[in-house]
Design a protein around this ligand. Structure first.
Ligand SMILES: Nc1nc2c(ncn2[C@@H]2O[C@H](COP(=O)(O)OP(=O)(O)OP(=O)(O)O)[C@@H](O)[C@H]2O)c(=O)[nH]1
Ligand SMILES: [Mg+2]
Length: 450
């Protein structure tokens, strides 16, 4: 499949100062040469420099004056010959240039295909390819940091390091398979166990970042709920900084859930405003309240809003199974004075009108989302995704089995099966499955009985 040459518009479709098209593959230069007329033939242009060119159709009509850049494989994003066209950013111009490239022999690229080629050509591992998308989709500064760390290869390096350790262990086990007359000595067994435990520890540390990874990629689901008219929508608007939800003095204004992304202290939040909860209401409102219940079930964090001007005893609280450490109580309308029945520690005093108390609320949100591991997120910004998590869980299971098998003094053949499983799962993290190859290499420099 890498025999063909692919082309695509790489920038967002729309009117802009420039838009970029990319061509990659063995025929990239000849495809480009049919479309771009510069001072020199395209193939003779100096790589990695911008050259002015006329982009022409077959009849010689000029479609655009553009900058053309050449990247000779393997020193390119995909590892293949790549030509980039920086055109004027009109919709029609860009579309027309793409048509010309396709007519010249390129195929329209599938989504992600340039990065896929970079992976297949060994320019990056799977975790780095995933990081490209994470970076593009990042919605907060912490998410950008985590994506850049991963793009830099930090998760892949960690997985490869663990893999090397395990290959060492496996090589020992295989040696005992090949020389069955030798027993695994207690010292060798202990050394293997120590290595396995060290790797198991590193796996544990990686798995501990999965929750942050989910939040960084999808946002922490934060639901604003409470009785009607307490100011939930006003609070949403205040946090967002614009009038997203309709606010009115009528109870039952919000009937459907309203969702917006927001960044709080670098953390992405998926903030959800909900229909107020009360007995009765018409059919639509009851429907809305059902949705509120579902949102609360899914929430990472619940911000319960009450009207702080009303007596505490008259306030109906939201019933939910969500753990106390994941809920915040906001005594809203603090600008009108908080009723004396509320104690100082009962909740955060906030005004959605004057913004009083908003900084305290933002800090409380951050502390709950990061929960004790704030420093981990700040100092160690790597955070694995759901796919890495399932791979590392397989590694953990297989490592535990390898350990037990060793302790039981099982036949080396059996121990090796589990150890190989762990290696396979580690290879899956980065998309490498050539265990045999590596084992051979290790074996060549390995002395028996050691
Ligand atoms: N003085 C004052 N008024 C507020 C505050 N927050 C909300 N209000 C007012 O309270 C009324 C209800 O506000 P909403 O934000 O619509 O309340 P809600 O909780 O979303 O109500 P429903 O959507 O009906 O459940 C409006 O008249 C707001 O202007 C506040 O902090 N201070
Ligand atoms: Mg509302």
């Amino acid at each position: 499949m890498l025999d063909d040459t692919i082309a695509a518009i790489s920038t967002a479709l729309g009117e802009a100062a420039i838009s970029v098209l990319r061509v990659s593959g063995p025929q990239a230069l000849s495809v480009a040469a049919q479309v771009a007329k510069a001072k020199k033939p395209v193939a003779d242009l100096m790589p990695r420099q911008a050259h002015l060119a006329d982009l022409q159709d077959r009849e010689g009509h000029v479609i655009d004056h553009a900058m053309v850049m050449l990247f000779r494989g393997p020193a390119s994003y995909t590892g293949e010959d790549v030509v980039e066209f920086h055109c004027h950013g009109g919709l029609l111009v860009t579309q027309r240039v793409l048509e010309l490239l396709l007519a010249a022999g390129a195929r329209a690229a599938e989504p992600g295909e340039f990065t896929q080629r970079a992976y297949l050509n060994g320019k990056m591992d799977l975790t780095q390819a995933e990081a490209v998308m994470d970076l593009i989709h990042a919605q907060s500064t912490l998410a950008v940091r985590a994506a850049n760390e991963q793009l830099d290869g930090s998760i892949g390096r960690e997985a490869l390091h663990m893999r090397e350790e395990l290959i060492h262990v496996l090589a020992h086990i295989e040696a005992f398979i090949d020389f069955p007359e030798e027993d695994i000595s207690p010292e060798t067994g202990d050394a293997m166990l120590a290595r396995i435990d060290a790797v198991r520890d590193r796996v544990r540390r990686m798995l501990a970042t999965a929750e942050h990874g989910r939040i960084l990629r999808n946002g922490a689901r934060t639901v604003i709920c409470g009785e009607p008219n307490v100011g939930k929508s006003s609070l949403l608007n205040m946090l967002l900084g614009f009038e997203r939800a309709i606010v009115s003095p009528h109870a039952g204004t919000t009937r459907d859930t309203i969702e917006e992304m927001l960044q709080v202290h670098g953390i992405p939040l998926r903030l959800v405003d909900t229909a107020g909860l009360r007995e009765g209401g018409d059919e639509i409102e009851r429907h809305g309240m059902k949705r509120t219940g579902r949102e609360i079930e899914l929430a990472d964090l619940m911000i319960e809003v009450v009207d702080g001007t009303r007596p505490r005893a008259e306030t109906r609280r939201v019933e939910s199974d969500i753990e106390p450490g994941r809920r915040l109580l906001v005594l809203n309308k603090a600008d009108l004075g908080v009723h004396p029945s509320w104690g100082n520690d009962d909740g955060l005093r906030v005004s959605s009108v004057t913004r009083e108390g908003v900084e305290g609320l933002r800090t409380a949100i951050r502390d709950i989302v990061l929960r004790g591991s704030a420093s981990m997120m700040m100092d160690h910004p790597v955070a694995i995704n759901a796919r890495h998590k399932s791979c590392f869980e397989r590694v953990a299971t297989s490592l535990d089995a390898t350990r037990e098998s060793l302790l039981r003094n099982d036949a080396p053949e059996f121990i090796a099966i589990e150890a190989r499983e762990a290696l396979q799962a580690l290879g899956d993290v980065v998309g490498r499955v050539d265990i045999e190859e590596i084992l051979d290499e290790v074996f060549r420099s390995f002395c028996i009985g050691k």
